[in-house]
Structure formats: structure tokens, C-alpha cells
Design a protein around this ligand. Structure first.
Ligand code: SAM
Length: 214
């Protein structure tokens, strides 16, 4: 009950069951949980192997979270720090990435990838970005089906000449947990509808890493 005001729990009753045990977030614990998860180690290994096959001098990373993948990329390819742009719907996530990588001077935007290119954040003179590597790891899973086409259009539109989009999302259902992976979109058809020329898919556990060229 600690962090749920009594009037809220009284009013909403069972809707808040389970929330009553919640503790205030501890960022260090949160990050450590994801850093130490064995499934993430195989995901990261597979992703880094795929990125090693690519050639890129600029990165546009959407949804960096606390910079889990950002840190791996900058560790292996420090030169891309010169041209590394972040976009996240959450200011707290941009702050977390910057805090974890304090020496990098990111260009960043706070806004949604699923908003049309002439609206909101995209109306900034510095956007739309063009980057050799457009990256979205476990981000499209959060986009509502009504908005996913716009998000995929925006991502493909951000790819520079000879660049590519790399995404990682759940594609295989997890038994007994139908909603735990948020949305599992039909990624190949979405990429094709947005103008993809080639799509390379690599299954890693229950997730697929896509490399998309236009
Ligand atoms: C599951 S986390 C993944 C974080 C990081 N990529 C990783 O794999 O560790 C999802 C991230 O996407 C961001 N996000 C969710 N919806 C978004 C949207 N519509 N536009 C931009 N970022 C979004 C969240 O704020 C969060 O940083």
C-alpha cells in the first residue's frame, strides 16, 4: 500500500490489485535487472554480430531507454559518437541515456516516432534526420496498430543512401503470456508497404532482428 494514496485504492478497488505491492522505482535496480538478464545477453550478442556486418558513420536510435544498446554501440564504434541522434517519447529515458554516457554529446529529440513527419517533434528544422543506421530495439512493440504504419514509414524515411534500419521485437508468442510482449506486428509486410527493398530476418529466441534496406 505504501505508495498508493488510500482514496485512490478505495475508489478503484480491484483495478489496483497488484499495484499495492509496488515499490518506488530504483533506476539502478531497474537497469541491473535488464543488464543481467540472460535472454538479453543472447539478444545483444546476436545484434552486435549483425551490426558488425554493416557499415555506418551515423546513428539515429529511437527509444534508447537507459542506453543499454547505445552503450554497446559506442563501445565498439566510438567514432559514431560524432553523429549519434536519439529520439524517445520519454524525457526521462533520454536523461538516463545521457547520464550513463556523459561524455557523448547526443543530438536528441523528445517525441513519438509514430507522429506524421510534418507534425509535432518532426517539424523541428533539424528533422527529419538521415542516418546510416536507424535503430529501434524493442520500440515498435509499444506502438498501437493504428499508428504502426506511420512509425515504420518514419523509420524508413530516416535511412540515408546505402543505410539501413535495424529493429528488434518479439515475433513469437510466449506461451501463457499473450499480452506480455505488447504488440507483435506483421513486420515484413509493414516494411514492404513502407517501400523496403530487402529484409533480412534473424530469429533470436522469441524475437526477430530485422535489417531493412530501401
Ligand atoms: C522496452 S524500452 C527499450 C529500450 C532500449 N531500446 C533497450 O532495448 O534497452 C522502449 C523504449 O521505447 C520508447 N518509446 C516507446 N514508445 C515510443 C514512441 N512512440 N516513440 C519514441 N519512443 C518510444 C520508451 O520510452 C523506451 O525508451
Amino acid at each position: 500500500m505504501a505508495n498508493v494514496p488510500s482514496d485512490v485504492s478505495d475508489t478503484h478497488g480491484t483495478q489496483l490489485d497488484g499495484i499495492h505491492d509496488a515499490q518506488p522505482y530504483d533506476w539502478d535496480d531497474y537497469e541491473a535487472y535488464f543488464r543481467d538478464k540472460p535472454a538479453y545477453h543472447s539478444q545483444e550478442e546476436a545484434l552486435m554480430a549483425i551490426l558488425s556486418e554493416l557499415s555506418f558513420e551515423s546513428v539515429f536510435e529511437v527509444g534508447p531507454g537507459f542506453g543499454r544498446i547505445t552503450a554497446l554501440i559506442l563501445n565498439q564504434w566510438p567514432a559514431v559518437a560524432q553523429d549519434y541522434t536519439l529520439l524517445d517519447i520519454s524525457e526521462a529515458m533520454i536523461e538516463a541515456t545521457s547520464k550513463n554516457l556523459p561524455t557523448v554529446d547526443f543530438l536528441y529529440f523528445i517525441g513519438s516516432i509514430s507522429v506524421p513527419l510534418d507534425a509535432g517533434i518532426w517539424a523541428s528544422p533539424q528533422l527529419p534526420i538521415k542516418a546510416d543506421l536507424v535503430l529501434a530495439v524493442e520500440v515498435l512493440m509499444h506502438i498501437h496498430p493504428n499508428e504502426i504504419m506511420q512509425a515504420v514509414d518514419n523509420l524508413l524515411g530516416a535511412i540515408s543512401d546505402n543505410g539501413c534500419l535495424v529493429t528488434v521485437d518479439w515475433t513469437v508468442p510466449r506461451p501463457n503470456e499473450p499480452f506480455g510482449q505488447n504488440w507483435r506486428h506483421d513486420y515484413p509486410n509493414l516494411f514492404l508497404a513502407a517501400g523496403a527493398r530487402t529484409i533480412q530476418a534473424t530469429l533470436v529466441g522469441l524475437q526477430t532482428i530485422y535489417v531493412v534496406e530501401v
